[in-house]
Design a protein around this ligand. Structure first.
Ligand SMILES: O=C(CO)[C@@H](O)[C@H](O)COP(=O)(O)O
Ligand SMILES: [Fe+2]
Length: 220
């Protein structure tokens, strides 16, 4: 089943609650929440207080993408704020296995994200412990960038790796994904689609309908 994960980084924070309701009513599966620390990535976004606040009025699955150095320091805080899935960057973790174990001990789903230049073989000894791998299709840090074409073959290779290792993982893709190029990532094997700009620009409900139409042929 293909899932849509709208990224609130592209939302209008002045009416965030209302926009999340629209996403929920349009039946997106996840809410993608980009946390940036100004160190691992150049920009700073938001953190636990915002998540705790929107958690009160949403039943969506909170898919928290931590672009944070040594996220092991904050796993418990993000759980308490309301995260359901926590994805950490392999490049930001000195002790990746320990970090993933802590996410799981907290009863959450665990994901690992890879920057565009990070090879898949860094996952070889951890893949069976994961619920999700996030293949970044842009360099993390900002919304509204263009998908890097070389990441398409990486998604394919990830799918093959999951089959070869018999790992039952979701493959999430994130960055520059639009209605016009979503077929490419779906054909490559992704099944969780993050989209910020293309969901929030214009009519949110209609944009989600368009994404879901595209997903139909891959769901059979
Ligand atoms: O993690 C990130 C960026 O670092 C993403 O989740 C973006 O927020 C996606 O936004 P678009 O590229 O779809 O505008
Ligand atoms: Fe993200």
């Amino acid at each position: 089943m293909i899932k849509l994960a709208p990224s609130i980084l592209a939302s209008d924070f002045n009416i965030l609650g209302e926009q999340i309701r629209q996403i929920e009513n349009a039946k997106a599966e996840y809410l993608h929440i980009d946390v940036m620390d100004g160190s691992f990535v150049p920009s700073i976004s938001f953190g636990m207080p915002l998540i705790a606040s929107i958690r009160k009025n949403s039943k969506l699955i909170f898919d928290v993408h931590l672009m944070v150095e040594e996220p092991i320091r904050y796993i418990k805080d993000f759980k308490e704020a309301g995260a359901d899935i926590i994805t950490v960057h392999t490049e930001a973790c000195t002790h990746l296995h320990r970090t993933i174990s802590l996410i799981k001990e907290n009863g959450l789903k665990a994901g690992v994200a890879l920057n565009p230049s990070t090879p898949l073989n860094s996952l070889e000894y951890i893949i069976r412990d994961l619920d999700m791998v996030l293949i970044m299709t842009v360099n993390p840090g900002f919304g509204g960038q263009s998908l890097i074409p070389a990441t398409l073959s990486k998604i394919k290779d990830m799918k093959e790796m999951a089959i070869r290792t018999e790992a039952s993982i979701d493959i999430e893709v994130d960055g520059g994904i639009m209605i016009s190029n979503v077929d490419q990532v779906l054909q490559a094997g992704a099944n969780v689609i993050v989209s910020g700009t293309s969901v929030f620009n214009g009519d949110i409900t209609q944009n989600i309908v368009e994404f879901k139409k595209k997903f139909q042929q891959y769901n059979s």
